[in-house]
Design a protein around this ligand. Structure first.
Ligand SMILES: Nc1ncnc2c1ncn2[C@@H]1O[C@H](COP(=O)(O)OP(=O)(O)OP(=O)(O)O)[C@@H](O)[C@H]1O
Ligand SMILES: [Mg+2]
Length: 329
């Protein structure tokens, strides 16, 4: 029952900037998101649209040159942005875990793989070292690594990119977090393995009631995993569909052009299209709709009005556009 569902995560009006020698990058410009417990929320958008910045903001792991200018991130009713480092440390790894986009550099290069996984387990639970070792091996096996014991005795640089990715996935899943943030977790893995990893994620949701914030470029993954979808463009959420059937009828011209023709969303392994034109300069964002220069449906109104807010066009379907696509029935 939709009305019985609890919120896993609520982000309100998040504004994040990066300071660089070239100027200020406006990475997130007032992003809001509500994710229900036990659901997979897919976040899509072109490279540079702010997906990883959003993920790292939730984890409290933004780099030093980032500032959170505004906003709130609620987990369990507590605003993580004001609850302090200690609170975040107790959650991180156990209640909220993340599979990083660049697995190889997210792992500690000078610590054995096995020790890294065991450390997470021992930090957050009372089990013995032996049990932690067994849990780590079992989890690695589940991510498709044939010889977990051997892998555990290696340093990350001994492993291939795909293997590191699976180690990261094992670290993310081993404590059965209530919220898993997975940033392109299966990119670069072969199709069979990808399907197995996605099954593991589904199992986490189904059996543990976990929620997953899944960042992906792959529309096949969206179609097979998501209950909710959010589309980021230039650091703003421009379309949100709370149920996947709605997303098969996208109304923002950007989403429309990403997905292409309608029913093909369920085509396996469908990648987002590359659009003509380039995304806007994140250091100099326009006041009007940031998609305007690339939009085929732009009208004079779009040029003279401020950036359109998200508007609920049908129940559970929000679109930030003055001239949305009207999907055929
Ligand atoms: N450490 C940083 N310093 C300066 N700018 C950054 C930093 N990290 C990200 N950015 C900039 O912030 C914007 C959002 O980047 P982000 O990595 O969140 O995008 P993304 O949607 O995850 O892209 P991709 O699909 O390529 O992973 C981009 O303009 C990017 O160049
Ligand atoms: Mg990214």
């Amino acid at each position: 029952m939709a009305e019985d569902r609890r919120e896993a995560l609520r982000i309100e009006n998040l504004v994040v900037r990066f300071q660089t020698p070239q100027g200020q990058v406006n990475a997130l410009n007032g992003v809001s998101l509500v994710q229900e417990e036990g659901q997979v929320y897919c976040l899509v958008g072109e490279s540079g649209s702010g997906k990883s910045t959003l993920a790292l903001s939730i984890m409290g792991l933004l780099p030093n040159n980032a500032t959170i200018e505004q906003g709130a991130i609620y987990f369990d009713g507590v605003n993580l942005l004001s609850s302090g480092q200690d609170h975040m440390r107790t959650l991180r790894g156990k209640d909220i875990a993340m599979v990083f986009q660049d697995a190889q550099s997210a792992l500690n290069p000078v610590q054995l793989v096995g020790d890294q996984i065991e450390e997470i387990i021992l930090e957050h639970s009372d089990v013995s070292t032996r049990t932690a070792n067994r849990m780590a091996q079992e989890m690695l096996r589940q991510t498709g690594l044939a010889d977990p014991r051997q892998i555990m005795g290696q340093y990350p640089f001994h492993l291939s990119g795909g293997m590191c990715q699976r180690v990261m996935i094992a670290m993310g899943l081993v404590l059965e977090p209530r919220l898993l943030i997975a940033d392109e977790p299966t990119s670069g893995l072969d199709v069979t393995l990808q399907a197995e990893i996605l099954d593991l994620l589904r199992k986490l949701c189904r059996e543990q009631g976990a929620s997953i914030l899944l960042i992906t470029h792959d529309m096949g993954v969206v179609a097979s995993m998501a209950q909710q979808v959010g589309v980021l463009y230039a650091g703003s959420m421009i379309e949100v569909a709370e149920v996947i059937p709605t997303f098969k009828r996208p109304q923002h011209p950007y989403t429309w052009s990403l997905i292409g023709s309608l029913p093909r969303l369920d085509e396996p392994a469908r990648r987002l299209r590359t659009l003509p034109g380039s995304p806007p300069d994140m250091m100099n964002l326009p006041n009007e709709c940031a998609f305007l220069p690339r939009c085929q449906k732009a009208q004079s109104r779009c040029r003279i009005s401020p950036r359109p807010p998200l508007m609920e066009l049908e129940p559970g379907h929000h679109v930030a556009c003055y001239n949305p696509v009207v999907p055929p029935e």
